[in-house]
Design a protein around this ligand. Structure first.
Ligand code: MRU
Length: 347
């Protein structure tokens, strides 16, 4: 099962982004040759998913370097503009700050910062492949340790596959890996209101991968778990605080609470670029508020009464105490997360 499909391409000094707003029905790449355009692609969710937002941020910075002057102040301002495109996923700041340092060093050493930053972006995407695969193997080992060798029913939320991560993905990388080892019975895909990352994107990826799945509304989680139809839940993350509290797509925290009630293992799968130990706990994480229109309309068609308004927080925080384990490229972290996260970052 080898999918040759990339949501981001950088060719001839231009960034090409698969327009995820049009999926699953149309596969259209939009072309960007300026930093402002690339920032819009993040804001408008042409590209989305924490790791891919980070990679796009590096390319956006490269596009700035291609056409602008290189004063240190100008570079810092450009980096800040990119980082502010979306607030919750820490991967964006993590990657753009590294790209900024690289550019400043390249300048100091008389190298071409543009080429350095473009190559850095390619390298991060390439590295994510091995990292995603490592996480998937850790997850699989743990699942077999709990249940023995059998086929599993897995539930997942939002979209965490190649569209969100560039390579096989975090939580959905676990699913792909299990499927490659003939260990998947069925996947429950939360539709993930209001942007429908589950029914539009995860279902699209699972279809491409020929993995058996059903789309369910988030409200079905308790029913499925009460009937013993879920062996484990895997979700991604947009920011993991020092104590293990994890911001992820809205609805994830509900799942973590229901999973604890029914004793279903609930795992967060995320690369180290998603860890933010400067933020001590989840209540300090900025939650992105998105437009009401995402709830009140679908593709321009009004669903709600004309006078109704909506409130649209795009993420919520699952408390560390409700998370069975956090799986990163270095291994499976267990509570107390304050110690296991520090341990893995200081390694
Ligand atoms: O708003 P999005 O689609 O960019 O949301 C981010 C996500 O894709 C999810 O929260 C995901 O679970 C973490 S990123 C692999």
């Amino acid at each position: 099962m080898n999918i040759d499909f990339a949501p981001l391409k950088f060719m001839n000094d231009k960034l090409y982004v698969l327009d995820q707003r049009e999926l699953p029905h149309q596969e259209i790449f939009l072309e960007y040759d300026s930093m402002d355009g690339a920032i819009d692609s993040i804001k408008e969710m042409v590209v989305r998913g924490a790791p891919c937002i980070g990679f796009t941020g590096i390319y956006a910075f490269a596009l700035y370097l291609k056409t602008n002057n290189y004063s240190e102040g100008a570079l810092r301002k450009a980096a800040k503009m990119i980082i502010e495109a979306r607030p919750t996923a820490v991967n964006l700041a993590f990657e753009v700050e590294r790209a900024l340092s690289l550019a400043l060093n390249a300048l100091a050493e008389g190298q071409n910062p543009y080429l350095e930053v473009v190559n850095f972006a390619h390298e991060q995407i390439r590295l994510s492949e091995a990292n995603n695969r490592a996480m998937a193997n850790f997850a699989q080992d743990e699942l077999i340790k709990i249940y023995g060798n059998k086929k599993f029913n897995i539930l997942t939320h939002c979209n965490t596959g190649f569209l969100a991560c560039g390579s096989i993905g975090t939580a959905l990388g676990v699913v792909q890996n299990l499927a490659e080892n003939n260990l998947i019975k069925h996947v429950w895909v939360d539709e993930t209101r209001p942007y429908l990352q589950g029914s539009r994107l995860t279902a699209y990826e699972l279809t491409k991968l020929s993995i058996s799945h059903d789309i369910v509304v988030e409200g079905a989680a308790s029913y499925l778990m009460s009937k013993g139809l879920v062996d484990a839940i895997y979700v991604g993350a947009d920011r993991i605080a020092a104590n293990g509290d994890t911001a992820n797509k809205i609805g994830t925290a509900n799942l973590s609470i229901i999973a604890k009630y029914f004793n279903v293992p609930f795992y967060v799968v995320a690369p180290l670029s998603t860890f933010d130990i400067k933020t001590e706990s989840g209540d300090k994480i900025e939650i992105e508020l998105r437009s009401q229109q995402e709830i009140l309309e679908y593709k321009g068609v009004r669903i709600a009464p004309l006078t109704s308004t909506a409130f649209n927080p795009s993420f919520d925080v699952s408390l560390g105490q409700n998370i069975s384990g956090i799986i990163c490229e270095k291994g499976l972290l267990k509570p107390p997360y304050i110690a296991s996260i520090r341990g893995v970052l200081n390694e």
